[in-house]
Design a protein. Structure first.
Ligand code: UDP
Length: 469
C-alpha cells in the first residue's frame, strides 16, 4: 500500500525563503500532505518567538498543522548569519547528516519519527546539492523550489553559456564585460556585474560560492521538479526558454490569518493597521526593505527627510538592524515631528501583506526582494524600486522596464539617493494613472493564474499528484 504523502520541506535559512516555503508547506497540508518543516535551530527559535506573540493561540495554530523540526546550521551562537557565503558552506556540512537521519528514522518507524514515513522532499534550490543528494540516497521523490524570479534562476542555469560567451569569469563568475546581454530576445536585459552571485556581500568567498552554485545546476538536473514562485504572465519568455522551470506562484505569502507565516521579527500588526485605517484611500507611502538591506547613516537620514518632504502619510519599516552599527540616527527632531503631526509611522516590522492589501496604501518604496515584488504586484501597488543586492537588480528591471509598474530610485554622483529625488518620484507614482492601470492589470493576471484552470494552480495540482503517486 502507498504510504500517505509526507513531505519534508526545507527552506534556505533566510527570511525571504522561510516565508514562501512555509506558505508552500501550508498549501501541501491543504492538499492532504503531512508536512515536516526543517528550519535551522537559529531560525526555528525566531519563528516560534514571533509566532507566540502574533497568533491568538500561541504557536498552536502553526504546530497543529505543520511539524516543525530544527537542525543546527554549523554556525556558533553569536556568529553573523548575514554572512551568507559562510552560512551556505557550513550548512551543507552540518544539516545534511541530520536531515538524512530524520528521513531514515521516519522510514524505520523509530520513536519520535511522527507523521509516518517521509515520502518526498521539497527543498529550496539555494541549499545546493546536499538536500537533493540526501533525497536520492534515501530514495524519496524530490523537488527544488526557486523562491525568486525565473529569470534569475535562468541566469544560474546559463552559467556554462555565460562562461563560453566571455560574459563571466570561469573561476569565480565575476564580470568580464560591462555590456548588457539577454539570455533570449524577450527576456530582461542583464548585466554581468548584477548577476546574483556578483552582488552578495564583499567578494570574500566568491569563488567558493560560485562553485557551490555550479554544483546546484547538476543537482537540479536530477530532481523530479523545479518549482518557481512566479507566474506565467510575469515571465512568459523565460518560462518558454526554460520549460523545466514550473511556475506555481505567486505564493500567497502572509495571508493565513491566525497561522504563523514564518516571520523572524514580531510584526506590529495592530499599530500598523489601526494607523492605516485612519488614512485616506490611496494616500500612504509604504517603505520597507526586507530582511537584509542595510543603510549607512547618510542615506538613512536622506530617506527620512525625503519622506517628510513628500508631504504624504508614510509607514516606514525600520528593522532593528537596518543601519550599519544598529544605531538609528534619525535627522534631528524627525521622530518628534512625525509623531506630533501624526503623518508618519515608524515600525520595526510590519505585517507586510496586510499592509499592501490595505486600501490606504498608494505606493511601495521597496528593495525589490522577490517576495515583496510579488506581494506589491498582487495587491496592485506601484513601486519606487530601490535594490540592494543579489537578485534585486534583475527584479528592478522587471518592475521598471518590462512590466512598467514602478520607477527607479537613482543615486546622484556622490552615490546618494537624495530627499528631493525621493519626493519627486513618489509624487510621480502617486499621479501616474497609466502605471496604476498596468499594475492593476498585472494583479488580475497573477490572481487568475492561481484560480482553478489557471497555469500556476494547474501546475501545482500536477506536482501534487506526482508527489502522491
Ligand atoms: N516582510 C514583512 N514585514 C516587513 C518587511 C518584510 O512581513 O516589515 C516580509 C515580506 O512580506 C516578504 C519578506 O518579509 O514576504 C521579505 O522577502 P523579500 O524577498 O521581499 O526580501 P528579503 O528579505 O529576502 O530581502
Amino acid at each position: 500500500m502507498t504510504p500517505p504523502p509526507h513531505a519534508l520541506v526545507i527552506p534556505y535559512p533566510a527570511q525571504g525563503h522561510v516565508i514562501p516555503l512555509l506558505e508552500l508547506a501550508h498549501a501541501l497540508v491543504d492538499r492532504g500532505f503531512t508536512v515536516t518543516f526543517v528550519n535551522s535551530e537559529f531560525n526555528h527559535h525566531r519563528v516560534l518567538a514571533a509566532t507566540t506573540d502574533t497568533t491568538k493561540n500561541g504557536s498552536a495554530g502553526l504546530l497543529d498543522r505543520i511539524r516543525l523540526v530544527a537542525v543546527p546550521d554549523g554556525m556558533e551562537p553569536g556568529e553573523d548569519r548575514n554572512n551568507l557565503v559562510r552560512l551556505t558552506l557550513l550548512m551543507a556540512e552540518h544539516m545534511a547528516p541530520r536531515v538524512e537521519d530524520l528521513i531514515s528514522r521516519s522510514h524505520a518507524g523509530t520513536e519520535g519519527a511522527d507523521g509516518g514515513p517521509i515520502t518526498c522532499m521539497v527543498a529550496d534550490y539555494n541549499l545546493g546539492t546536499w538536500a537533493l543528494d540526501v533525497a536520492r540516497r534515501t530514495r524519496i521523490k524530490s523537488a527544488a523550489v526557486w523562491p525568486a524570479s525565473a529569470a534569475v534562476l535562468a541566469s544560474l542555469l546559463s552559467i556554462p553559456k555565460l562562461i563560453q560567451d566571455n560574459i563571466i569569469d570561469s573561476k569565480d563568475g565575476s564580470a568580464l564585460t560591462e555590456d548588457t546581454f539577454k539570455l533570449s530576445p524577450d527576456m530582461p536585459i542583464m548585466r554581468a556585474a548584477h548577476l546574483a552571485w556578483n552582488c552578495i556581500g564583499d567578494h570574500q568567498g566568491q569563488e567558493a560560492l560560485f562553485r557551490y552554485l555550479i554544483g546546484g545546476i547538476r543537482a537540479v538536473e536530477k530532481c523530479d521538479f523545479i518549482l518557481c514562485n512566479s507566474f506565467l504572465g510575469a515571465e512568459e519568455a523565460t518560462f518558454a526558454q526554460f520549460p523545466k522551470v514550473i511556475p506555481i506562484g505567486p505564493l500567497l505569502t502572509g495571508e493565513r490569518r491566525g497561522k504563523a507565516v514564518g516571520h523572524f521579527w514580531r510584526p506590529e500588526d495592530e499599530a500598523c493597521i489601526s494607523w492605516l485605517n485612519a488614512q485616506p484611500t490611496r494616500s500612504v507611502v509604504y517603505v520597507a526593505f526586507g530582511s537584509f538591506t542595510m543603510f549607512d547613516t547618510r542615506q538613512f537620514q536622506e530617506l527620512a527627510l525625503g519622506l517628510e518632504l513628500c508631504g504624504r502619510p508614510f509607514l516606514w519599516v525600520v528593522r532593528p538592524d537596518l543601519v550599519h552599527g544598529d544605531v538609528h540616527d534619525y535627522p534631528q527632531g524627525f521622530l518628534d515631528r512625525v509623531s506630533a503631526s501624526g503623518r508618519g509611522m515608524v515600525v520595526a516590522w510590519s505585517p507586510q501583506q496586510q499592509v499592501l492589501a490595505h486600501p490606504a496604501v498608494a505606493c511601495f518604496v521597496s528593495h525589490c526582494g522577490w517576495n515583496s515584488t510579488m506581494e506589491g504586484v498582487r495587491n496592485r501597488v506601484p513601486f519606487l524600486a530601490w535594490p540592494y543586492f543579489a537578485d534585486q537588480f534583475v527584479n528592478q528591471v522587471y518592475i521598471c522596464d518590462v512590466w512598467k509598474v514602478g520607477l527607479r530610485a537613482q543615486a546622484d554622483e556622490s552615490g546618494v539617493i537624495t530627499k528631493e529625488y525621493i519626493a519627486t518620484r513618489v509624487e510621480e507614482l502617486m499621479s501616474g494613472a497609466s502605471m496604476r492601470d498596468r499594475v492593476e492589470a498585472m494583479k488580475k493576471v497573477a490572481l487568475e493564474s492561481l484560480k482553478e484552470g489557471g497555469s500556476s494552480h494547474d501546475n501545482f495540482d500536477m506536482f501534487v499528484q506526482a508527489m502522491k503517486a
